[in-house]
Design a protein around this ligand. Structure first.
Ligand SMILES: [Zn+2]
Length: 424
């Protein structure tokens, strides 16, 4: 069991939100001047300070390709599936808000609806322009594109399925929010990189310089080419750590998104904002997101970020070869737990029948069905001294990993090539 920091899953986070700032100005008639006040204005009463409503909750969706024939169900959705989800958001009374409204809310500048959603589309696929956008327009939903600049058409990795700068410009003019998703879409930890050119570059300029380039260059390029401001960053594949978070937030971003599914509240740390990555083969992810899990308790907001560390197995961020792992957390450091309140969720499975050992203060779940290779998030929720706390961690299953790979910091490359690379 390894001591692991909790909650900090920064996964591939893209958020697409429409940005009013970028909308083409609409010719509006000059407002009729109001008649002057009848009496001289006395000292105006002091304006009441704006009170932001901190009780709103936000879910962020991460989509990739929207195509008729699904080749990669882990990142693709058919137009019918996509539209069905857009419709369900409306039916569920969830308001799709622009990314910029969310950021303003978190700055304490404006309110957002109690149940809000942000739609983000990752990687800059042409199908987002051709298929996704018309559907989003039909519902009047704002959205955000998370773009990696070398994946734009004409870039080093921008193939025939990639968006072009011209298309990005057109979307910007229509109010689509465009944010950063690195330069070349690699594992920013530098661990799972197979591309020889990238490896050579890291060798030549050093990891730190390379990381800085991946974080800074897309911001500068998107801002310069499109005349916009980018302040949100999505981490490719959700691979992240504390150092990457620091670099990103130091380089002028105000929000870092991952793909750790979670409901965001007013106190969720801005450098680890989770998203629900939607896949064709896992419709339950969407269903779970729109149920706003875990947000019913009023103490949820302050509690999510408070649990700072606990021992987990598999340890956070590690890669294991065991496809039926024992999932375990030592919660002794979190306070007096109410055993009846304990729930454990595993991404791709859902709620699991975890057992609590009162003597050892551990929560365990033995996986029964073999886990496919890929990344898994565990969400452990319980009431401690009456206060609900939610703890997140993640691990990767790679059946080809050599035994011993579960050592933190020594994660082996996942067997599967990461999912969301444009223009393969
Ligand atoms: Zn991506």
């Amino acid at each position: 069991m390894v001591k692991k920091s909790l909650v900090c899953l920064a996964l591939c986070t893209l958020a697409f939100a429409s940005c009013k700032r970028n909308k083409k100005p609409v010719a509006a008639p000059e407002p009729t001047p109001k008649p002057a006040p009848a009496r001289p204005a006395a000292t105006p009463p002091p304006k009441a300070a704006f009170q932001v409503d901190q009780t709103s909750r936000v879910i962020v969706f991460c989509y990739h390709q929207i195509v008729n024939s699904i080749v990669r169900p882990d990142t693709e959705l058919t137009p019918v599936e996509f539209e069905d989800q857009m419709k369900k958001l409306k039916e569920a009374g969830i308001t799709v808000i622009p990314m910029q409204d969310f950021l303003a809310w978190r700055r304490g500048e404006k309110n957002i609806p109690a149940k809000s959603a942000i739609i983000t589309l990752d990687d800059g696929w042409k199908s987002q322009y051709e298929v996704g956008w018309p559907i989003l327009k039909k519902y009047g939903y704002p959205f955000t594109l998370f773009i990696y600049t070398e994946g734009i058409k004409g870039g080093k990795y921008g193939g025939g399925k990639a968006l072009s700068w011209e298309q990005l410009g057109e979307m910007r003019d229509a109010g689509v929010d465009i944010q950063s998703h690195t330069r070349t879409h690699q594992d920013l930890r530098g661990k799972i990189i197979k591309n020889k050119d990238i490896l050579a570059e890291i060798q030549s300029i050093g990891y730190e310089a390379w990381l800085n380039k991946e974080v800074k260059e897309p911001k500068e390029k998107l801002e310069q080419r499109l005349g916009i401001k980018t302040t949100a960053f999505a981490v490719p594949f959700g691979y992240c750590n504390e150092h990457i978070r620091e670099v990103v937030m130091k380089d002028g971003y105000e929000a870092l998104f991952t793909v750790n599914p979670e409901v965001i509240n007013f106190t969720t740390p801005m450098n680890v904002l989770g998203r629900y990555a939607i896949e064709s083969k896992k419709p339950q992810t969407f269903a779970r997101a729109i149920s706003f899990p875990g947000s019913a308790s009023s103490s949820f907001a302050s509690a999510t970020a408070s649990a700072s560390s606990l021992s987990t197995q598999p340890a956070d961020g590690t890669t294991i070869s065991d496809t039926k792992p024992l999932i375990k957390a030592d919660i002794s450091s979190l306070g007096e737990v109410d055993p009846s309140s304990i729930t454990m969720r595993v991404s791709g499975i859902g709620l699991v029948p975890a057992k609590y050992n009162a003597a050892l203060k551990t929560v365990t779940y033995q996986t029964i069905k073999k886990l496919e290779n890929g990344q898994y998030s565990v969400i452990l929720s319980a009431k401690y001294g009456g206060l609900k706390k939610e703890t997140h961690w993640s691990f990767t299953v790679d059946s080809n990993a050599k035994p011993g790979a579960a050592k933190p910091g020594a994660a082996k490359p996942a067997a599967k090539v990461p999912d969301d690379v444009v223009g393969s």
